[in-house]
Every structure is written in C-alpha cells, then in structure tokens.
Write a protein that binds this ligand. Sequence first.
Ligand SMILES: [Zn+2]
Length: 325
Amino acid sequence: MLDQLERLKSTFGPHTPQSRAYDIVLYMVEKTLEQLQGGTSTPAPFTRENFIAACEKNPESKLQDPNKWTPKTPALEAALQLLQRDLPGPHLGLHEQKQVGGGRGKVNQYWLTLAEAEAAPKTEKAKTVDLDISYRQTDRGEVKPSLCLRWLFRDGELRTRSRKGIMFLGTLFLLSGTWILMYATSVLGLHLSHEPATMAQLTSLVFVSLCFAFVWRYVYHPWWQLIDHRVILAPGGAAALLEDPCQLEMYRRDSEKWIRLVRFSADCPLCGGTVELAKGRPDHRQPLVGRCQESPHYHVFSFDRSHQAGTYIGPPLPAALRARI
Ligand SMILES: [Zn+2]
C-alpha cells in the first residue's frame, strides 16, 4: 500500500484536475502516506469534518454542514480511480463506513485501502454508477456583485418591490424599450428618406444592427429571461471581475420576489470533476444544464432548480463507465 501511495503522490502536479473531489483524494493520499511513513500500522479514518477543515479554502464556507459540503462517494471514487488510471496495480480503493455517532447522527468514516483487500467476490453483481447528482448553492452574499451593482445587492439579494428594486428594474425595462425604439427609428428614417441608398448608409445600417443585437443580447435580454426561467447565467458586468461564472436567480420568499447572485455546482459521479451550470445549446434543448469542467460535452446533467438535483443526460456511456466492479 505504501508503494502505491508513493507512486500516486508522485503523479500529483499542475496537471491534476482541480475540484472538491480531487482535493479530498489528494488530501487523503498525502495524510495516509504521512501516517504510514511515520510508523502507524493502521492510519486513522477520515471524517467529513476533516475534509472540510483541510480542503475548503474559503473561511466562511468552512462553517457549512460537512455532510452537505462533501461530494457523494461515487464522485470521490471516480476521482481516485482516474488518478490511478496509468499506474500499475494493485490500485487503491475508497472504503466508506456509515456509523452512528453520539448525538450527532451519522458520522461517516473513510479509508484508503488496496483494492484487492476490498474486492467483492466475483459472483457479486457489478455496481451500477449512480448518475444522479445533487446541486449545492452558495450562501446569500457569497457571490460578490460588480462595483456598479454593489449598491443594489447590498445584503446579497434584491427585493423586486423595494424602492431600489423598482427603480433598477424600471430603469432597465425603460432603457430596453428605448433601445428598441432607437433602432426602429434609425431603420425607419433610412426607409423614409427617398434618396437612393448609398454604400455608406447600408454600412451604417449593418453596424447599427450589429450593435443593437450585441447590446440587446448581453445587457437587456438576460433580465427579461430571468422572469421566465428563474435561473439564468449572470450577464456580463453583474458579478465582480474575479468571481467564477455564476447565475442570477429569482425566487419567492415571504410572498415577495427576490433576485440574487448565486452559483450552483455539483460533483461529477463519472470523473469527480466540478459540475457547473452552462448553456444547454447546441447539444441540449434545455436553456441550462450542468456541465462537468473536465468533460463539458460528454458529462452533462439536467438541472432541476426546485429539487436542486439532476441526472445524466449526455451521450450513451461506454460500458466501463456505466458499471463499476
Ligand atoms: Zn466529469
């Protein structure tokens, strides 16, 4: 086991995928190796509290429930197996034991073991990979708005019927109406002028049309979509520059509508990568789907906002991925 741990650790580097599942596997490998090299014959098991304490970099997120924070076991297993793909066997496996702890409910424990020791009898049926995923969402105010919208989302959210909400949304809809009117006027003006169209006029019409389409698509249209779709990819300029891609969500609370910046993510059960929301097109009809960062066009999942859950909707999977022995 020591040899395999050392071999595996030597492969870690800048090319190692980065996700919550991979961070946990790297941590388990390094810690187990440290304990074995220090003379411990049976390394201490890991708990979800250990994982969040060691792998979560954001101090505010460390306070989350470790059970919700920790990826599901299939994602951890997938990350562990993919890291060992090019290494000679026997491979390391992940052993999980559910326990009932004093007063705190279930305390799951995890070990790294040599796969041979954990191998199931050959008569046992192959385990099918659970292709359902659960999304988690960032806490209120965790995704920082851009400087120009910070006054609007001061507590991380905006009540649409508040003074600020009405002012902002009203201005936005007024501006988008004006934008359409300006475009219509410029086209109509060209049409009504009885002079023959010159190349310069045609060029300026194409230019104005392109500008109109660009501004409409990236500035105004997303806010109109938010009303219908409830969750949309945050338009450019909504989130702070250094924020990772995030979404705008409209939701109901206390019979009021609220808007906030949020980031939905999950762990890919096929490879352990991070699943993030992205456009469904061109390969899917849904406006938003979950795409794995490691394989965005193959590891694709649906997104059900109400249940914060999804299931695999990508192309047919190879047999080796569908079942794990
Ligand atoms: Zn994946």
